[in-house]
Design a protein around this ligand. Sequence first.
Ligand SMILES: [Zn+2]
Length: 376
Amino acid sequence: MDVWSDLIGQERAVAELKRALAGGPHAMTHAWLITGPPGSGRSNAARAFAAALQCDNGGCGECKSCRTSLAGSHPDVTLVRTETLTIGVDEVRELAMKAAMSPSVGKRQIIVVEDADRITDRGADALLKSLEEPAPRTVWLLCAPSAEDVIVTIRSRCRHLGLVTPSTQAICELLQRRDGIDPKLAEWAARVSGGHVGKARGLALDPQARAWRDEVLELPGKLRSVAACLTLADGIIKKTKERADATSKPLDDKETEALKEALGAGTKGAKPRSLNAALKDLEDQQKLRNKRLQRDAIDQVLIDLTGYYRDVLKVQTGAGGALVNEEQRPAISALAESSNADDTLAKIDALAQCHRSLGFNASPGLAFQALLLTLR
Ligand SMILES: [Zn+2]
């Protein structure tokens, strides 16, 4: 298994990266922008490329350079994965300093930014200089959903590599081969995850995630009164918060402990004031992360409901063929009978509108109440 083997459905992109590695007319570039829809494997592609750049055999997947690059422990591969909503100027300056240094043991100094779309305007200014006057052996690998998501001055200085949504079939095979998922479950998870490898994997491996998805898909059938809509909206938002907490709480505790230890809390040399300031900073970061996790969970609810109403539309327009949510066909058919295609289109529109208003920092609770009332 070389470093490319998990990049399913990305043959074109992989071929381009291999050409860059081989040199010649399509030789290496010091700044890349890797884009692709969520779940297409942007960060995996970036890591595979980083490994191949460090490896003596073009990314064998076996040597120490490959293994440490993929795992994020190679000293000359910096992986930036923000859990907060933005990457600010201070963080970018630190990365630029790293980028200015020669590699310590590897062949290149590689900086992978997984969410380049989260770089702030001031952060982008700090990054520009580094992109314009690159150190000879430094490579930036920036990842984002689409090129348009990245500030234009940054985008224009990068070579663009686009990934595509992998097919259901390819995801299904990967789940079986890599994770040992049984064929039936793999087929289902690949089908309902809309080409998102990570989501498919999460659903296949986690029974709670499957139960939660079922609960979300029961919503359309429960919107019988205004009161019911309001109660259900509150319940959903509460659940997304719980899901965010379940992910972030263990991380928060671990980080807080580590910070206290690093700053020597409770020992004689402790400086309580700086410790408190550092703890406060960490707490702010953790709150942002929790907020982002909850928003991701809400977005997923919107995506699942959109898929459900697309199925309703499919039945209403008599398009035929399998539904994404084939398991819910009876409820979907009933809903299709009791409304018309125009209604359904308006509902799909309301889901997109809800997603947009959350992007503008609307209160999730209110946005969701408004949504469910429209879906009713
Ligand atoms: Zn290798």
